[in-house]
Ligand binder design. Sequence first.
Ligand code: CP
Ligand code: NVA
Length: 303
Amino acid sequence: MTRHLLEIDDLSAEEFGQVLTRCVSKHPVQVLEGRGAALIFEKPSNRTRNSTEMAVVELGGHPIYLKPDEVDIDGRESAEDVARTLACFHSVIAARVFDHSVLVRMSEAVEIPVVNLLSDLSHPLQAIADMLTIREEFGPDLSGRSLTWVGDYSNVARSLALACAMSSVSVRFACPDGYGPSQKDLDLFKRTGAPEVRSSTDPALEVDGTDVVVTDAWYSMGQEAEAVMRRPIFEPYRVDQALMANAAPGAIFLHCLPAHRGEEVTNEVLDGPQSRVWAEAANRLPAARGALEWLVIASEAER
Ligand code: CP
Ligand code: NVA
């Protein structure tokens, strides 16, 4: 059976652990030797494009970047036909899309792995990189640890919460009214294995004693028109030194980047001693490499 990675819970907890192990291996299996990987981007990218292209190279393959107007999913041809065409030439399709359902349709049309490079729903490769960063800090046994998400419950937040749940890390959310996780997602995190799941509108309360503080932009790509309306709503959710002081001694700060400095996070925190954002960015490469390696091997082993 072909394996896809559209969201972290496409993997079992055991498989998620196998992916993390491949990410830290010094000897990547050359699963893409002599093969291609199509990388489609409907939105801008710095980290995801560069790390995924280099991951394909490290696995022996050849990445081909496709810009939005070049492919024009559901404009020039349907998402299914785009995917079927790319599967004639490539062993992996990876895509950054506005609408998550486009990824689902592509994955249902082909028998090669389809990987989510960010959708409106999720950002699984970012969550894998974040978990690598958290493990570098606290070790592989994360039981008893907690992570607090502050601000907008974004695509990044959902995937990271699932990754935490699979790693026995408790998850807490401090989000403005109307911008937090649904009860359905909170139940999902609990069911997936998070020892404790909390959600409120109070950043100081949710950061109190936590090990990892994470935030994201107050408005995601595609939501720029809401920026002016959102700023006053999110103002109390800026991560600054006073908020970080509530966290556990030894707590770290993460941000997927790009950061809007001075909005969701201050320079002091982003550039300060608790910040691990550059290690996190660097971990995007092993995360992409480990995930691609696992997906290709798992898909071909089950055939
Ligand atoms: N964190 C992340 O996905 O960054 P890019 O949008 O630059 O790829
Ligand atoms: N939530 C952000 C993440 C960027 C990497 C967005 O979707 O724009």
